[in-house]
Design a protein around this ligand. Sequence first.
Ligand code: PMP
Length: 446
Amino acid sequence: TSGSESLYEFGQRHVTNGLGRITQGIMTKGEGSYVFYDDGRKMLDFTCGIGVTNLGHVNHRVSTAAAEQCMKIVHAQCSIAMHEPYLRLIERLLPIMPDPSLDSFFFWNSGSEAVEAAIKMSRVITGKQNIICMQGAYHGRTFGAMAVTKSKTIYSKGVAPLMPGVFSIPYPFWHQLRLPPTTPTATLVSLCLYQLDLVLSQQSAPSDTAAILVEPVLGEGGYVPAPAEFLQGLRTLCDKHGILLIIDEVQSGFGRTGRYFSITESGVRPDILTIAKGLGNGFPISGVVSRKELTDKLTPGTLGGTYAGNAVSCAAAVAVADVMREEKILDNVQARSKELFASLKSLQSDSTVGRFILDVRGRGLMVGVEFAAPPGPEREHDVAVQEGVPKDMATRIAKKCIEKGMLILTTSVYEVIRFIPPLNVSAEDMKKGTKIFEEAVREVVK
Ligand code: PMP
């Protein structure tokens, strides 16, 4: 820094404008469900760093495991040798996989990289090229992941050409079919599966289609769980045509929805599963899991990466798995989820603010609240539009929550606030968070 310039101001000048940011100031410390800023602000963190710090900030068991590994070996490069934390992590993950057939692991650093690997693997394994993904999907910011990301234009605007061979169908989210939020599940599912039939007969022949890629809970597209029937329909079509089913649980996985993996609810077997975020509780690690019978078709060297499966991150992830199991974190998810849903549903039936809330949805502690939007040029055909509704409600509510001491995020192109609190959040902090949210909603709509 120079002269009287603060470190924050220095950052304003030198950190790329390509990064967006929702708060000002410098974050200096994290402790459980709270983060602290250099000006003394203490904030309840209901973002978990975008669904990552599931066991709270600086979870002592996780940090200790990482610190101990730091003193043994930090970089036991995975193409040079196997290392113990990598293997111990597989040992921990095997029994919690959504299907016992998932027995072959590759660890990388980020969710995007896991998706890249999954796409690459599906092409090599099937000898086919095309990928069918979902409208509203988010899979990351690298080139392959960006090509299958359909949640907002901001991620790829001006960046094309992207990876070719990508087709998309609507996700069973009422918005995408221009139907009201009360539409029966069976209608949404049959419309989407019909669109898939059409894509397979009009655009991408099954003999050219390597994989269907889907998030079991649409994340950046609006926090929408897929009905089990939809995922089962995808499985049936994949089986019929020799297409691989890639399930992206980067955001919904590792306990977030009240199960280790959200796909379990549907009973559907993934061919390839991508995981990240909560797996390392903040240490960068992702995983691509498949069946040995499939991954045996890969030539050694197809996968790899300098930092892939870093020993410190793997050691942290082993501790995460142990804490999840020993501290019965999934039970806490269920209990806090009930409280969160009860509070949001009660707000939805409130006589003054209820009419602004269109939908409360989600699973476990991955919960979205959608607000109405006023008519506008970009929402001309939108069923969620209502006259006399304030503009940008989700963003304004999130801002109010931040002013009141709680970090919270919006999601999608719609007016959606997403709740992603730590999975071990206390009942007291959950109450505090829902109270701040309720106050913010009342202030914004008044
Ligand atoms: N897939 C999903 C479902 C995600 O939610 C995300 C991140 N929001 C990614 C992939 C990309 O992960 P990363 O940001 O770690 O690259």
